[in-house]
Design a protein around this ligand. Sequence first.
Ligand code: AP5
Ligand code: ZN
Length: 216
Amino acid sequence: LYALLIGPPGAGKGTQAERIVDRYGVCHLATGDMLRAAIRQGTPLGRQVKEIMASGGLVSDEIVVNLIRDNLDTPECSKGFLLDGFPRTLEQAKKLDELLDQRKVKLDAALEFAIKDSVLIERIEGRLIHKASGRTYHTKFNPPKVPGKDDVTGEDLYKRPDDNAESLKKRLAAYHEKTAPLCDYYDKKGILHRIEADNAQATVWAKIQNIFDGCI
Ligand code: AP5
Ligand code: ZN
């Protein structure tokens, strides 16, 4: 399965990605997670993107295309991949097409997580993450078994630095201006599927399985 997720901040891409990689055995290539890992490790790349990410801006196309290129051929991706948060601009989508053409891979599906902006603030403000794994919780919608602690490791959960009202505004603006047009791009290729992402997690998951089961 070769698929990608398009949706605004807080739409539930990462949450559903956890289930998708589990069920379909594909790798999870999330550029946001990779960039946060670089920041955590204090690499030169991490230092370069830290401020931009915290403010809610997009990092350069070159940086994220390189991250994807470096990871596409890893053994974890041998059964397929799920791209989450990439591509985010038309330029990135075109570069992805090149990378896939070179590998003779065809995308099976692009899922659009459709959701109103007004729902997203509560999702973002209640989000907690486990830094090492990227596992995601919500204080109200998906609470951890022990408050503030990861279910698997028992380690502390954190808030993302860009999960505040001001950065969210900028992330939403970037989404509408730069990323939403990609839905048209993939619709023209005949692989776009729209999902109502303001439904409960289980409902969204059922819909995704329907779509992907028809692809494999
Ligand atoms: P990235 O990490 O991709 O963040 P994002 O796109 O803003 O998306 P989020 O991770 O915030 O949301 P999500 O859809 O994954 O929601 P989640 O499942 O966690 O990017 C971060 C930054 O990195 C960018 O701003 C940019 O600076 C940079 N970057 C990354 N990729 C880039 C690229 N390609 N080009 C340029 N720059 C790039 O869910 C949110 C919350 O809601 C959770 O608490 C969850 O538990 C809860 N929830 C999920 N589903 C439901 C549901 N159905 N009902 C109720 N609650 C739910
Ligand atoms: Zn995410």
